[in-house]
Design a protein around this ligand. Structure first.
Ligand code: TXA
Ligand code: MG
Length: 327
């Protein structure tokens, strides 16, 4: 059931979370599927609703620095300085956890993922419930992330107690996940907080190399964020196979194109989405999942996508397009 984000709705949502239920809520990145992070049974319901394998740990969302101290063991100045500067925001940090966080939240790891989202509805819901809300993106496991309340309702509506509508998410890609337990901070997932911003605060920052993935870097599973239609990355329109182009029976009409700036002749595609006609990475990120959801639900057989330059938020956009593609 979708409700508005009035104070009353948020308070009702907070009651649901306090009593162990699930509420989907907007953040600035994507919609989250929230449950009480201090209650293992509530957390188990999240995994069940998403059909998510339980080896993939969740992010705990907080609304205050006091709560951070109750759930995480943070001693180093570097972490404090970073989060004071960048929270609330699209940055998730991996830090040592305290026992109050059930091991189901972290899949048995002694570290946890935590972030303070930059969205008034999210902050209010967290503060009015238990102060610590575990929330993965509110999509069925492996499917595209939701950036509208309708995306959530379509994917999970019958499995959750409430969806709070906060409009379309402004950032549009998930938070950047940064492991601060390493000597050199390590980006595990590029996301809404650009690498350039992190480097300007921290100096050296490493980025996880996908080819060295191990089970201790979960959530990096290659089948994440996939549309149901096959998606292929092509460097130019010329690379789209001839049989798609040449079929006299309107074959191209059953083909969709995800374009960065809308360059070239896209008129014969059955569906097309342009991420940012001015080539703006922030706008492209904000439009990405809305565009992919639209193309996926249009009457086409497959989706072609062109690469986005990997600067600023373009890194996160390209990471998601890559994960959505057929390997
Ligand atoms: O923007 C976001 O981050 C959204 C909104 C709802 O906040 N949430 C989100 O959650 O994307 P989820 O569960 O889809 O992704 C969480 C990521 C996964 O890649 C997971 O593997 C990683 O965080 N993660 C969580 N705990 C971890 C830990 N202790 N060590 C390493 N990675 C961890
Ligand atoms: Mg997710």
């Amino acid at each position: 059931m979708i409700v508005d984000n009035s104070k009353e709705s948020i308070l009702r949502g907070a009651e649901i979370i306090k009593s162990g239920g699930l509420v989907a809520f907007p953040t600035e990145t994507v919609y989250g599927l929230g449950g009480n992070s201090l209650d293992a049974t509530a957390v188990a319901k999240i995994f069940h609703a998403k059909r998510r394998p339980d080896f993939d740990p969740l992010i705990t969302h907080i609304a205050s620095f006091e709560m951070l101290d109750r759930i995480a063991r943070i001693k180093d100045q570097r972490t404090f300085d970073l989060i004071t500067k960048l929270w609330p925001g699209s940055l998730t940090v991996i830090v040592p956890k305290r026992d109050i966080i059930p091991s189901l939240v972290t899949s048995g790891l002694d570290t946890m993922a935590v972030r303070m989202p930059d969205h008034p509805t999210a902050l209010e819901l967290i503060a009015q419930s238990t102060g610590a809300v575990a929330a993965p993106s509110a999509n069925p496991f492996g499917y595209l992330s939701p950036t509208t309340a309708e995306h959530v309702e379509t994917g999970l509506g019958d499995r959750i107690d409430m969806v709070i509508d906060g409009g379309t998410c402004a950032v549009g890609v998930e938070s950047t996940v940064l492991d601060l337990t390493k000597d050199i901070p390590l980006i595990l997932r590029p996301g809404g907080m650009p690498i350039e911003t992190l480097r300007s605060v921290l100096g050296k920052v490493d980025v996880l190399n996908r080819t060295t993935l191990t089970p201790s870097a979960p959530g990096q599973l290659p089948m994440h964020y996939s549309p149901r239609k096959p998606l292929y990355i092509v460097d130019s329109l010329d690379q789209i196979p001839g049989y798609v182009q040449e079929d006299s029976k309107g074959r191209l009409k059953r083909t969709a194109f995800l374009s960065f700036k809308g360059e070239g002749d896209l008129s014969s595609f059955g569906a097309k989405e342009i991420l940012s006609s001015s080539g703006d990475f922030v706008e492209a990120a904000a439009n990405l999942f809305v565009a992919l959801h639209k193309l996926d639900s249009s009457p086409v057989d497959c989706i072609y996508a062109e690469p986005v330059p990997t600067e600023g938020l373009g890194v996160a956009v390209m990471d998601r397009i890559y994960k959505a593609s057929e390997k």
